[in-house]
Design a protein around this ligand. Structure first.
Ligand code: IVH
Length: 709
């Protein structure tokens, strides 16, 4: 069927009432729906040219699911509903590739490419014309896909080149991999195509952001944070081996196919090079069958000088390309010539990689600074000679903890390799051991606090050294910076530099002193004017009336972040009540695990902390769960809400507060758990997203207000 026919069929199907048909109709419909959905997947994920709205697509998909549920015998493994398998991968059995997956030889400059071209011509031994195809070298995880009788039957990782891990269930979740492809029209009964599984840069950033958000939540609940993603390649490779195909689907992987590894006809005979004639033609063929292949990115040249120029031009624009690429691949285009040129045990002699310069830099490790956090954790920070890397100057890089330094055997004075991929913060890959002169010094982690000289301690099962001096100035600085920060007491005039200065000037000495500042003294400091002092005073005063949860966050109790604080604030009349709570009672609360409970117990059983709270109260700081956020009705009990766009009658924060006051729950994003989306003026992508989920009620501000009247 061609594109026009699919579009026509789509229109016809969309006119239906989406009911469960009788058996005879079901069979036809399942086939039509599968075909149409596969077609639209291809338009969207391969061609990036969707010809149906997401809404209509969902209608068709849900209908197919409904029919298949009622006639399970009609479910075929290549149905689009079967992309995400329900069970878990138990193991990834080893499978042999139909032909070995070879590596590529590397080249780094025009001279290397000249030499490659010379050898190619020499191997052909005739005065034949040679055409080169050039395409990006995708920096992902290689994959081999087998199709038998037009059906996708197996996916495997590269492994050792001869054998790889079978990861079919995970590969099926990748929408740019067609589940069916009409190879038989070319006499191909069985084929292995190869390519790269990648995550594009934008999607990678999204995944990383999602992970950072999850970590914030986990940390606030006292749970262990998830490791951040290192780079797109690593993330893609990791995803292919995940146990749960549902999680693989959530990584939104893509597969780009660039090679036919093996193709045979119905008798097991290799397909002739007259059919699969050229690299360029093979890519066109695969693209026409629904695969994502290098498209605008590939080019053909007769002259190797033009190949070099093309590679160089790509190296310049690689940062603007939405997928990580680490070079270009130059291939002799003609497959018959490829065969004549042959291969070594390791790589084909008709292809070569042109490697871009790595986004790595080397620099000298000059010094280690040790930074003390507000909980006393001491973090080593490498100070290096400033170096440019992917457009930014780098002079300071975290070394995380003592184990990191030991594992990498990094020494003072070492030449270190720094890497920065995508948007990830730079990290030290390791030291260049060969460059050592013998003058390098081992890094000895201090046993006393760099700020207060109190001795450091490290619990057996942790990797972090801590200063446990409650009067440590460095910790005090960090604690007071945290106290006034945006998620805590939100004292806008009390930023990082000012806190440090005020501590140095003895204007503030602890949390309570923030509310007893000598403003005359502040005025006398350099850079302060009447106006700025007034502003500071106003923001300090305003913070006294903060809702209780802000104070709980500001206290900096270990493992207690915004979520826990908000929940906790609702449980008490006055914060000091918590001193009478025992572990049992704490653990009964939603989301409070043993670690958080322990931390709260420690905090509230300490008389000094209770004295601090009493003192704050006497200075006018709210330590009560005052009526502001107390529940006033159950009108929204059990329902979830999300606001989007500009509201006319209230601020977003007020609106959220109303939800809570009436027993409802605020959600932060569109999901199937959302009951109501309140759309204000200029509502954007959230609204569009919500419109695709039929269970979400989309209402306006007035309707929302009428719900709580
Ligand atoms: S062709 C027989 N083309 O690079 C030729 N490989 O360093 C086989 N790669 O293992 C490879 N982009 O995983 C080819 N456009 C491209 C590629 C590509 C990335 C990977 C591939 C290969 C590795 C070699």
């Amino acid at each position: 069927m061609n594109q026009a026919a699919y579009i026509l069929l789509t229109e016809q199907l969309l006119k239906s009432t989406f009911e469960v048909p009788n058996e005879a109709e079901a069979k036809v419909l399942v086939e039509q729906l599968q075909g149409v959905i596969n077609f639209h997947d291809q338009q969207y994920y391969v061609q990036s040219k969707p010809v149906v709205t997401d809404y209509d697509y969902d209608l068709l998909f849900k209908w197919l699911k409904l029919i298949e549920e009622n006639y399970p015998e009609l479910i075929s493994p290549d149905s689009p509903t079967q992309r995400v398998a329900k069970g878990l991968n138990k193991e990834f059995p080893t499978v042999a590739h139909l032909k070995p997956m070879m590596s590529l030889e590397n080249s780094y400059n025009a001279a290397d490419l000249q030499e490659f071209a010379r050898k190619v011509k020499e191997a052909l031994q005739e005065d034949q014309k040679v055409k080169f195809t050039v395409e990006p070298k995708y920096d992902g995880s290689s994959i081999a896909l087998v199709y038998e009788n037009d059906v996708f039957v197996r996916a495997a990782t590269r492994g050792n080149g001869t054998e790889g891990d079978e990861i079919t269930a995970n590969a099926k979740t990748i929408k740019s991999i067609p589940l069916k492809a009409n190879f038989s029209q070319y006499g191909i009964a069985k084929i292995e195509v190869r390519g790269e599984v990648i995550i594009d840069t934008e999607n990678f950033k999204k995944l990383q952001k999602e992970r950072l958000d999850i970590n914030k939540k986990l940390e606030s609940e006292g749970k262990k944070a998830l490791e951040l993603f290192k780079n797109p390649r690593n993330t893609a490779a990791g995803a292919l081996r995940m146990k749960d195909p549902k999680e693989v689907a959530a990584r939104r992987l893509e597969a780009i196919i660039y090679n036919i590894g093996h193709a045979e006809d119905i008798d097991g005979k290799d397909i002739d090079t007259a059919v699969l004639r050229s690299q360029f033609g093979n890519m066109d063929l695969l693209r026409s069958l629904g695969f994502k292949t290098p498209e605008a990115e590939r080019a053909q040249f007769d002259q190797i000088e033009d190949v070099s120029a093309f590679c160089l031009a790509w190296e310049k624009k690689r940062d603007n390309y939405p997928i990580e690429i680490d070079g270009m691949v130059v291939k002799v285009d003609d497959t018959a010539q490829q065969q004549r040129i042959g291969k070594t045990a390791h790589h084909p002699k008709w292809a070569i990689a042109y490697k871009f310069k790595a986004r790595q830099a080397q620099s000298r490790l000059v010094r280690i600074d040790y930074q003390v956090g507000r909980t006393g954790a001491v973090t080593p920070v490498a100070k290096i000679e400033p170096v440019q890397l992917a457009g930014v100057e780098i002079s300071s890089i975290s070394l995380h903890n003592e184990d990191f330094i030991k594992d990498k055997d990094i020494r003072l004075g070492d030449l270190v390799i720094i890497e920065r991929s995508g948007d990830v913060i730079p990290y030290i890959v390791g030291a260049v051991a060969e460059a050592r002169t013998g003058q390098e010094q081992p890094i000895v982690f201090p046993d006393t606090c760099p700020s207060c000289q109190h001795h450091l301690v490290k619990p057996e099962d942790e990797s972090v050294w801590r200063c446990i001096n409650p009067n440590c100035i460095a910790q005090l600085e960090e604690r007071l910076i945290h106290f006034g920060s945006k998620d805590a007491m939100e004292i806008s005039g009390l930023g990082e530099e000012i806190v440090r200065k005020f501590i140095a000037e003895n204007i503030i000495t602890d949390m309570a002193s923030i509310y007893q500042m000598d403003y005359q003294k502040v005025r006398s400091l350099e850079g302060w004017k009447d106006r700025s002092v007034e502003n500071l005073k106003a923001s300090v005063e305003a913070s006294k009336n903060n809702p209780l949860w802000r104070l709980i966050v500001a206290l900096g109790i270990r493992h207690v972040g915004v979520t826990t604080a908000k929940m906790l604030a609702k449980q008490v009349d006055k914060l000091t009540d918590l001193k009478d709570w025992d572990e049992e009672k704490l653990k009964e609360l939603e989301d409070i695990g043993p670690k958080v409970a322990q931390s709260l117990l420690e905090f509230f059983s300490d008389d000094d902390n209770i004295a601090l709270l009493n003192q704050l109260e006497s200075l006018g700081v709210n330590i009560s769960n005052n009526s502001q956020s107390a529940q006033v009705s159950n009108a929204l009990e059990g329902k979830t809400f999300l606001f989007t766009g500009t509201l006319a009658k209230m601020s977003r924060d007020d609106a959220k507060e109303l939800v809570e006051k009436h027993g409802g729950k605020n959600l932060s994003g569109i999901s199937a758990n959302l009951d109501y989306l309140i759309a204000g003026e200029k509502a954007g992508s959230k609204l569009t997203k919500a419109q695709k989920i039929p269970t979400i009620n989309i209402i306006d501000e007035d309707t929302f207000l009428s719900m709580i009247q």
